[in-house]
Design a protein around this ligand. Structure first.
Ligand code: SF4
Ligand code: SF4
Length: 141
């Protein structure tokens, strides 16, 4: 299937931390059961304790990370304090299906906001983008 990002897209995170803040309709970081298990292990606590301390339940039935002062509870300065165990959707941003639906959407919701998406290379291949899109969808099934 040919897509507008068939030649891949340049991306190199600058660690500015902007995507860890609530912005517009993007004000949630969903955490799957697998994400929460990994994060609970990272902190050396059981899942129930992790859920209580760091997450909130959403009407959709999913859980999301708590936000404090408009940003994710795990943001320290501009850096993720749980980088090695961060949620799937954090690792796959900005290669989410809803953001890649059209070039215009990607430009408005990603390029106008995320400096890493305007980087001059390296180019993330279409195969890698597709795989990251699928991982994001699977994590929230
Ligand atoms: S907004 Fe972009 S460059 Fe900034 S931390 Fe997020 S992914 Fe990285
Ligand atoms: S878990 Fe880390 S990368 Fe994800 S939103 Fe929170 S601080 Fe940012």
């Amino acid at each position: 299937m040919t897509v507008w990002w068939n030649d891949g897209l340049p991306f190199a995170c600058t660690q500015c931390g902007k995507c860890c803040h609530a912005h517009g309709e993007m004000d949630k970081v969903y955490v799957s059961y697998r994400d929460r298990t990994r994060l609970a292990e990272h902190f050396g606590v059981n899942l129930a304790s992790f859920n209580r301390s760091y997450t909130r339940s959403e009407d959709s039935g999913h859980r999301s990370l708590r936000f404090v002062d408009g940003h994710c509870v795990f943001l320290e300065g501009t850096v993720c304090s749980v980088h090695a165990a961060k949620p799937t959707q954090c690792g796959t941003w900005p290669f989410w299906e809803e953001l890649l639906v059209s070039e215009e959407t990607y430009r408005q919701d990603v390029m106008d906001f995320c400096p890493g998406s305007n980087a001059e290379g390296p180019v993330v291949s279409a195969a890698s983008i597709r795989q990251q899109m699928e991982s994001t969808e699977e994590a929230l099934d």
